[in-house]
Design a protein around this ligand. Structure first.
Ligand SMILES: C[S@@+](CC[C@H](N)C(=O)[O-])C[C@H]1O[C@@H](n2cnc3c(N)ncnc32)[C@H](O)[C@@H]1O
Length: 210
């Protein structure tokens, strides 16, 4: 259901349930989540409604998007008022001592220049609780795996709109994470050739997979 007048992403509508299923396997019933690049707020609203024990902090770089996120999440007690957050502005303007059980970021890295990946990793590493997880969702190229025609076309389209955009190589993203003290520990293959990547602080990592 789309509340009248609010911006709406058909992709977020399609992918919210598969993402929720993975998040439910990663997070306990009571958990705090910092969402980066909340966009329309559809993910925040869907996840918070399904998991009332999660405290969800939406954020967005586009200040103009914040009122719509707040409106969409109105009445959901687990959702905090959305905060402005451009990941490039380091350190992130969040309460210093506050750490989260997860940092969640969907569909950012391919629609932003590469330094955004560096900034996301550095910022997330600072905001994570010791056993927390950075969860990144989106399309990626994986070395040794044949890219889907859809992802190739999407990449070409992004690059034609902005040469600094485009699907990222998973190995490069994992390298950037490692530099920030994070290890890629899990990968979930999602519908429509997307991936969900789980990074943890390296002192708590299991086996690095990327
Ligand atoms: C494709 S939308 C994804 C929105 C939402 N996460 C989703 O999956 O539906 C990309 C979002 O990234 C945000 N964004 C772009 N650059 C950003 C940055 N430097 N820091 C934080 N958010 C950024 C945009 O404003 C936009 O809302």
């Amino acid at each position: 259901m789309n509340p009248a007048g609010l911006p709406h992403s058909p992709a977020a509508e399609r992918n919210r349930e598969p993402i929720l299923q993975v998040l439910c396997g990663l997070l306990p019933p009571a958990a705090s989540v910092l969402e980066v690049a909340s966009g329309t707020g559809q993910h925040a609203a869907h996840f918070a409604a399904a998991q009332p024990g999660w405290t969800w902090q939406p954020t967005e770089a586009e200040a103009a998007a914040l009122p719509a996120i707040a409106a969409r999440c109105a009445g959901l007690t687990g959702v905090r008022p959305p905060l402005p957050l451009d990941v490039m502005l380091q350190p992130w303007p969040l309460p210093k001592a506050e750490v989260f059980d997860a940092v969640f970021c969907a569909n950012l890295l391919h629609i932003a220049p590469w330094p955004t990946c560096t900034a996301l990793m550095a910022g997330a590493a600072r905001q994570l609780a010791p056993r927390g997880a950075l969860v990144v969702y989106g399309p990626f190229f994986v070395d040794g795996e044949t890219p889907s025609p859809g992802n190739l076309a999407f990449d070409a389209d992004l690059r034609s709109r902005d040469p600094a955009w485009g699907l990222r190589r998973l190995a490069k993203v994992a390298d950037e994470a490692r530099r920030a003290g994070l290890a890629l520990v899990q990968r979930f293959d999602m519908p429509a050739n997307n991936l969900m990547l789980v990074f943890r602080l390296r002192q708590n990592r299991g086996e690095q997979i990327g």
